[in-house]
Design a protein around this ligand. Sequence first.
Ligand code: FES
Length: 256
Amino acid sequence: MSAISCNLTVLQQETVAPDIRRLTVQWQDPRHEPHAGQFYMLRAWAADATPILSRPISVNDFDNQTGALTFLYQLKGEGTHKIAALQPGQTLTVTGPCGNGFDAAALAGKYQRIAVVGGGIGTAPLLLLCKELCRAGVRPDLFVGFRDTTYGMDRFVPWCRDIYAATDSGKEGHHGLVTDLLDVSKYDIVLTCGPMVMMRGVAKLCAAAGVPCLASLEKKMACGLGACLGCTCHTKIGPVTVCKDGPVFNAQEVFD
Ligand code: FES
C-alpha cells in the first residue's frame, strides 16, 4: 500500500525511560493502515524550518479499532527533541506508512516456532510484529538486549510466549549479549531489529544453523520513498534502498 502525507492530531506524549518517548497520534485513513516493520517520516516543524529532513520512525503499535498510532523513539537530535515537545491536540506531519515491513500473516502461516530478537530502541517495531504474529496464530518468543535496563516490555507480555532479557551492565536480566540467550536451532525462523552488530551476530548464528532470518535495517533517510537513493545499501543481490525495498531484508543477503 502506498504512503500518504497528512497532518495528524497528537493524542499522547509519554516518557518511557530518560531518553525514550512514546508518541500516540490519531491515524485517519483506513485504506492505508500500517503493519509491523513499516515506518513513517515524521515532522513537527514547518517545511522551510530546520532540520531539513523529516525523521524516519518505525511504527511501535497500531490499534485498527481506534486508529491510535504509536511511535517509540529515542531523543537523538534537534528533530526528535522537536517531536518530543508536541503536546496533545497539536499537529504532527507524517508521510507513510513507508517500507515493506514484515508479512506477519504469511510468516505465521509458514512457521510455527518464531524467535523475535531486538536490541535497544530496535525493539520498537517488534511490539506490533509480536501482536500481528500472535493474532495470526503464532505466539513468538522474544529476546531483547539493552545497555542498562529494559523499557516497554510490559506491552509485549500479552503477545509473547516467553521473554528473555539481557543487559550489558547486568542490572537486569542476563549479564551479557542477547545472543548468549538464543538457541536458534529451536526455531523455524528468527526476526530481528536492533544495532547492526547485534543483527550481524544473530544472522551468523542463523546461517550456521540453517535457520532463515529476516532483519529490519536502519539507515539515514531523506525522502523515505525510494526517490533520492540516499539510503542505498549494497547487498549480495545488488544495491537496494532501505526505505522502499526494505527495511526488512533476508539477513543472508545483507550480512556476510
Ligand atoms: Fe530516499 Fe531511501 S531515503 S531513497
